[in-house]
Structures are given as C-alpha cells and as structure tokens.
Design a protein around this ligand. Structure first.
Ligand code: G
Ligand code: G
Ligand code: MN
Ligand code: NA
Length: 259
C-alpha cells in the first residue's frame, strides 16, 4: 500500500523527525523535560502525524528502525536543548512500541546515552499498557535492566484501555502520565462527568505518589485545568496551554526568546 511505500522510503532517507513538547512543573512553571513525538517529513505530502504510521510500521516490523532513528534524533537534539539556560538537566521522554522490547534493548540504550554523553536518568522510556499487558517475564527483565543502569520509566495513557493498577507494583515505574481524556472534561459542559473525572485524577495522583511515582497530567488546554491540577498536587503537566509539540528549531527559537 501507499503508506507502506512511504514508510520504507522514509526509513531509507531518514525523513523522520523528533518534535518536542515541554513538560512543565505545575507548581513553579519551569520546564523539566520534553516528550519526543515522531513526525514524518514527506517531501511531497508535508508533515505526517504518527498514529497511522506507527500502526502500519508495527505490522511490517519497520517500527524497530523508526524507533532507533527516533532515539538517535531525540538524544542528539536533547544535547542542543541542554545548551539553553535552565535546561542543562532536562530530560527527553521517548515513546516505545511493544515490538521494541527485545532483550538487546537495555544494552543498546546504555550505549546510546553513553555515546551522547547524557546521564541515563535524562532518558525516560515511555510505555503503554500494550507493552505490559502480557505480564511477560521477558518484558519485566528488560525494564529492570533499563532501570538498573538509570533510565526512568513512564507509564503513558494511564487510566484508559487495559491499564491496570497492578502494573505499578509489578513493574519499575517512575512516572505515571494521566491520560488527557480525564483532563479534557474539566471545564467542559458535563458537570457530572467533570466531577467524577476530577475525583479520578485526585485518586490516581494520590496512589501514584504513595507508590513513589511522579505524576504528569496530559492534554492541559485551559487555565482552569491548570489551576485545578495545581490544587490537586499533580507534579507536572503538558498541553497546548503551555506548548504544543514543536520541531527542534521552532522550540529553540521559542525558548530562547522567553528565557
Ligand atoms: O503527536 P501525536 O498526538 O500525533 O501522537 C500520536 C500518537 O503517536 C501518541 O499516542 C504517541 O504516543 C504516538 N507516538 C508519537 N511518537 C512516537 C514514537 O516515536 N514511537 C511510538 N511508538 N509512538 C509514538
Ligand atoms: O499518547 P501520547 O500521550 O504519547 O500522545 C500525546 C498526543 O497528544 C500527541 O499526539 C500530542 O500531539 C497530543 N497533545 C499534546 N498536547 C495536547 C493538548 O493539549 N490537547 C490535545 N488535544 N492533544 C494534545
Ligand atoms: Mn506519550
Ligand atoms: Na498519553
């Protein structure tokens, strides 16, 4: 199919870019890190978003090559971002597909951060329940090894799909990312839904803190949502209210003028 051809060409020609969305400390407003989000810069079709590309790449297996390119780009770009004032210790969080969880992954990540001269805790491995749901001892061993050399693990889209509280006890999770669907209803036109989701955010946040995890709220679009998250005690947030995902150059220009 057409998209498969596009992906093949994109892998060969390295049309993939890492875009970055800042993660903000809710209490003091500072940037703590960045989520890396893949984009395919097609010479004829322009900038393509990842959802469908990743789905197809998982079917064909090219997700492994795309994942390697994204890691390389994200770490190289983090070095540049680090040169900006106040961002010397910022982290990059990279999304991983289940297929990338091969036994060789921890050693490859260790070599990669070493080669880029980046301290391991500045690389966050972002996974969804799709990685964990098989309770595969193999996945657990890989995550334990990644953790052992110092990278951090974030559980993405938490609270949706098949995400389970037991993942917090069975896997070495450092960061819980509350799915944007819970945040979106705050200030929406359904007060009952809002009320319930607000309590879920409070509950998820309390449980996560008890498990010694940092909490990030996703998809924050309004000041009202920000104020509520601050009140609840959520640690960090990302969303269009602060910054949309941006290319390295746009982000650097943005951060240079506002710091
Ligand atoms: O940026 P956007 O909202 O379009 O991203 C859509 C989805 O694609 C998100 O669920 C995100 O987690 C996923 N995604 C973005 N970049 C990557 C990547 O590099 N690898 C994987 N596996 N998923 C990604
Ligand atoms: O699944 P994951 O959380 O990795 O994907 C994050 C997705 O959410 C990306 O596609 C990103 O572009 C998108 N996103 C980031 N901030 C906002 C926001 O404030 N509102 C909405 N609707 N989407 C957002
Ligand atoms: Mn993510
Ligand atoms: Na998410």
């Amino acid at each position: 199919a057409e998209i498969e051809t596009d992906i093949e060409m994109a892998v060969a020609a390295r049309w993939f870019e890492s875009h970055f969305q800042p993660v903000i400390n809710v209490q003091n407003g500072r940037i703590e890190g960045f989520e890396a989000l893949m984009r395919l810069r097609h010479p004829k079709k322009g900038l393509l978003s990842p959802a469908r590309i990743i789905e197809v790449a998982e079917e064909t297996g090219s997700i492994n090559q795309i994942g390697s390119i994204m890691l390389e780009e994200s770490l190289a770009n983090l070095q540049q971002i680090s040169a900006l004032p106040g961002l010397a210790h910022s982290y990059v969080a990279v999304n991983f597909s289940p297929l990338q969880f091969e036994p060789s992954l921890p050693a490859r990540l260790a070599a990669l951060v070493a080669r880029h001269g980046i301290q391991p805790h500045r690389l966050v491995v972002e996974i969804t329940e799709a990685v964990l749901m098989h309770d595969d001892p193999k996945v657990r061993k890989i995550l334990d090894e990644i953790k052992a050399f110092g990278c951090r693990i974030a559980l993405d889209d938490f609270g949706t799909g098949y995400s389970s509280l037991s993942y917090m006890s069975r896997f070495p999770v450092d960061i819980v990312k509350i799915d944007q669907s819970f945040i979106r209803s705050i200030g929406g036109d359904q007060p009952e839904v809002e009320q319930k989701n607000r309590m879920l955010v409070e509950g998820i946040s309390a449980i996560s803190h008890k498990m010694n995890c940092t909490v990030i709220a996703e998809g924050v679009e309004t000041r009202q949502q920000h104020a509520l998250l601050k009140q609840i005690g959520v640690d960090c947030a990302q969303g269009y209210l602060f910054y949309p995902p941006r290319s390295l150059l746009d982000l650097m220009a943005d951060l240079q003028t506002c710091t």
